[in-house]
Ligand binder design. Structure first.
Ligand code: SF4
Length: 410
């Protein structure tokens, strides 16, 4: 705290919310209640600077450093797509599973009405191996929904080990590229990210990866080395989950204090977390869920702003990461998911809780929870997770949280 700040005058959450609302940043500030989707403000204004672009690995393609995550009701919110293009956010991310196909349909409806914009957009979608390996017909369905005849980058959705990217996928992706249906191929991951990245760096047919990366994980030695290996291999890297939100309901004093201090410097802690990731030039883009124009404008403003975080800003983030370490699941599921005799995707359940608590999006939490195997969901509140808890480097109360997930999301 600087000398001109009253040490006894810690901002309380209510004052902080009032201030955030007063300057029109409410929905964009990374605190809990602040992230509820709201109606867009009429006073949204962006700095008049172009959206930065970075090379996407060895592809020769430059992408906007901010990308539009498609987990919102695009079908009924095409104004978001129009504004995204206007503000230079032309990397759009969706998946066959988002909204049961409605996300792809929404983008497809946009392209049907605005066919001249298709070439402007770097379009990403994803196919999940959990739904089966029949990728060819499902890719055709994606193309139909998206109203396009090619995908710029196709990800295998949410792998948790590099062995899932088997040689069959290499030959399939090459055939699809040859047929003009794909330009680039890769995977997304929020489990065992380091393992997946290290393995991918040895596979010359992986063009791009989207992975969980944020101010909490980016300084860990193994993550740093894995990112460097992929970057050197020419793999395009997209960061997601950059807010580092956790599955534990958090309303801590340190979160409020951090948000207040960044706000006094002219930006939000939400923006600061994005800026920390953008400072890593190996990251081509940040994929952000931006369910309304206020959040999109705030993120875009942070992307075009050339302000760099100061040493003390970074130290503040690092301190907050340390203080809230045990609120955050780092996705290292190889440590906890197989020690209880039956494989339980513990970190996927944690992610559902994160959507509920950190994103304040119960609908997303429930729909993601429903994608987990029914047998797993049925067992969550009955299994003994003591061994898993002993294996967790962050001491997360796994058993209690699995019960909470069952009560809240089942
Ligand atoms: S619960 Fe713990 S061990 Fe399991 S993925 Fe999360 S942080 Fe890693």
């Amino acid at each position: 705290m600087s000398s001109d700040e009253n040490k006894n005058d810690k901002p309380n959450r209510r004052d902080f919310l009032k201030k955030a609302a007063a300057i029109g940043l409410g929905a964009a500030v990374g605190g809990t209640a602040l992230r509820r989707p709201r109606r867009a403000s009429a006073q949204i204004a962006l700095p008049k600077a172009p959206m930065p672009r970075r090379p996407f690995g060895r592809s020769g393609i430059k992408v906007s450093t901010l990308s539009l995550g498609g987990m919102f009701d695009i079908l009924n919110n095409r104004l978001m797509l129009a504004k995204a293009l206007e503000w230079g956010i032309d990397y759009w991310d969706t998946a066959e599973g988002y909204g049961g196909g409605r996300s792809e349909e929404g983008i497809g409806r946009w392209f049907a009405r605005n066919p001249d914009t298709r070439k402007q957009v770097f379009l990403v979608t994803k196919l999940s191996l959990r739904r089966g390996t029949d990728f060819t017909p499902r890719l055709e369905e994606c193309l139909k929904r998206l109203h396009t005849d090619y995908i710029d980058l196709l990800f295998v959705h949410g792998i948790s080990g590099i062995n899932e990217m088997d040689p069959g996928l290499e030959s399939w992706s090459q055939a699809m590229k040859k047929a003009g249906k794909l330009r680039l191929f890769g995977f997304s991951t929020h489990s065992n990210m380091e393992d997946c990245l290290e393995g991918a760096a040895r596979l010359p047919w992986i063009d791009g990866i989207m992975f969980t990366y944020n101010y909490r994980l980016m300084h860990e030695p193994r993550m740093k080395a894995a990112v460097e290996a992929c970057y050197r291999a020419g793999i395009g890297l997209t960061a997601m989950k950059t807010q580092g939100g956790g599955p534990v309901k958090s309303d801590s004093e340190s979160e409020i204090e951090m948000a207040g201090r960044f706000m006094r410097k002219g930006f939000t802690d939400h923006q600061a977390r994005l800026m920390a990731v953008w400072e890593d030039k190996r990251i081509a883009s940040i994929c952000s869920q931006m369910p309304n124009l206020t959040i999109m404008a705030t993120n875009a403003a942070a992307a075009v702003d050339q302000t760099r975080l100061s040493q003390s800003d970074r130290a503040m983030l690092a301190q907050y990461a340390r203080e809230t370490c045990s609120d955050y699941c780092a996705g290292c599921s190889r440590l906890c998911s197989e020690v209880i005799g039956i494989k339980v995707p513990i970190n996927d359940v944690m992610r559902c809780l994160m959507y509920a608590h950190s994103y304040q999006d119960l609908m997303l939490a429930r729909s993601t929870f429903e994608t987990l195997p029914a047998q797993t969901r049925a067992l969550l509140d009955r299994l003994d997770f003591n061994e898993a808890e002993r294996s967790c480097p962050r001491n997360l109360p796994i058993g209690r949280m699995m019960k909470e997930a069952t009560n809240l999301l089942a």
